[in-house]
Write a protein that binds this ligand. Structure first.
Ligand SMILES: Cc1ncc(COP(=O)(O)O)c(C=O)c1O
Length: 379
């Protein structure tokens, strides 16, 4: 038996997506920049996908969508794209619980003299909007705050945060890679200026993503080339991946309401069952939380337990989950997000994440928790 519970890492592409990709690779493989019929067909597929992705987030126009290779590139384009518009280093506000695709570009800018403020979070991983207001300076040019946190699932109050940013005329970006397809995303209602998306988190394939850019927001490209994507992302578009992204976005939108409700119920079931295991403590906000996301700290007395070890043990049982901690030079490092939330280093190496998807059943959850209980009693 194989149970995949790591949808926050990636999702299995939908059958419809695989079919479309095959069609694209055999029949629709033209270059959208070409002037002939092959190019025209490719342009049609590209622009259809742009419309589908724009619809998922209620973008006012297809012109707001810049296709990228994924969420990481969309995040980098947002941070460096804004920063490159300034001749001298300015100030950016972010948080202590960002994905590395935001955290590292900010650190890179810091090394170039930029000032980076990282807002603290509470024990549930949530930012206090008052802290954002206090952190804004006259030279603040961008605020970037993750929407649904990938490791602990906490949802930030994005519209409230974006409103504060707007009050001070500072651009607001959110990384919505984990949120898309799970919660309704409406860029207009949220009031964000930039927003990142990734296809492989919503049952598309790896290799496509997008940056939403509100009309009037100016960014600089990260590299030069043929001027595709309105000159902001040169390079021939990965048409198959992008067309698949479009279809995945359309289907995600269609199923959003029923699927997020179903996932929420399953996740709450996971939390109820976990209460029977003495070693599992939920991390993140239980109320304001991504519907498909469960995360825990293993509060086991054994000093040898780490999240990574539990991932390996469960893998022997045919179950795929993930750990928040990383491995550096053979040594397990505590999760920076859990540290930021106030957990000790000993606790922060014991985080695990169980993320659900459209194929997850109640039985998968029961089986996983039974296996997890057995492992924790054995070691
Ligand atoms: C919140 C968040 N942002 C960005 C990324 C990077 O996206 P991609 O894998 O498409 O580069 C991820 C991937 O896990 C993520 O969870």
């Amino acid at each position: 038996m194989q149970i995949y519970l790591d949808s926050c890492a990636t999702t299995a592409p939908r059958q419809e997506v695989v079919k479309l990709l095959q069609e694209n690779l055999t029949l629709g493989w033209g270059n959208p920049s070409s002037l002939h019929s092959w190019g025209e067909r490719a342009t049609f597929a590209l622009e259809k996908a742009r419309w589908q992705v724009a619809s998922l987030i209620n973008a006012p126009s297809v012109d707001n969508i810049i296709f990228t290779s994924g969420g990481t590139e969309a995040d980098n384009l947002a941070i460096f794209g804004i920063a490159s518009g300034y001749d001298t280093p300015q100030h950016i506000i972010t948080t202590t619980v960002e994905h590395s695709a935001i955290a590292l570009p900010c650190t890179m800018l810091e090394k170039q003299g930029w000032q980076i403020s990282r807002l603290p979070v509470n024990r549930e991983g949530k930012v206090n909007p008052k802290d954002l207001e206090k952190a804004i300076q006259t030279n603040t040019v961008l605020v970037s705050i993750i929407y649904g946190q990938s490791e602990v699932g906490t949802i930030q109050p994005i519209s409230e945060l974006a409103k504060i940013s707007k009050k001070y005329q500072v651009l607001f970006h959110t990384d919505a890679v984990q949120t898309a397809g799970r919660l309704t995303l409406d860029v207009e209602a949220l009031g964000v200026d930039l927003l990142s998306l990734s296809s492989h988190k919503i049952y598309g394939i790896q290799g496509a993503g997008a940056l939403y850019l509100r009309k009037g927001v100016e960014i600089k490209p990260l590299w030069g080339g043929g001027g595709q994507e309105k000159g902001l992302r040169s390079g021939t578009q990965a048409l198959g991946a992008i067309a698949s992204f479009g279809l995945a976005a359309q289907l995600a939108q269609k199923e959003l309401e029923s699927e997020s409700l179903r996932l929420r119920e399953l996740r709450d079931y996971l939390f109820r069952l976990s209460a029977q295991c003495p070693y599992l403590t939920i991390t993140g906000d239980t109320l304001h939380r991504l519907p498909h996301h469960g995360s825990f700290i293993i509060n086991h007395p054994s000093p040898n337990i780490t999240g990574r070890r539990i991932v390996r043990e469960l893998n022997f049982a045919g179950i795929g989950i993930s750990a928040g901690s990383a491995c550096n030079s053979g040594k397990t490092q505590p999760s920076s997000s859990l540290l930021a939330m106030g957990y000790s280093p000993e606790e922060a190496i014991k985080g695990i994440r169980i993320s659900l998807d459209r194929n997850t059943t109640k039985e998968d959850i029961e089986w996983t928790l039974t296996a997890l209980n057995q492992i924790l009693q054995r070691i």
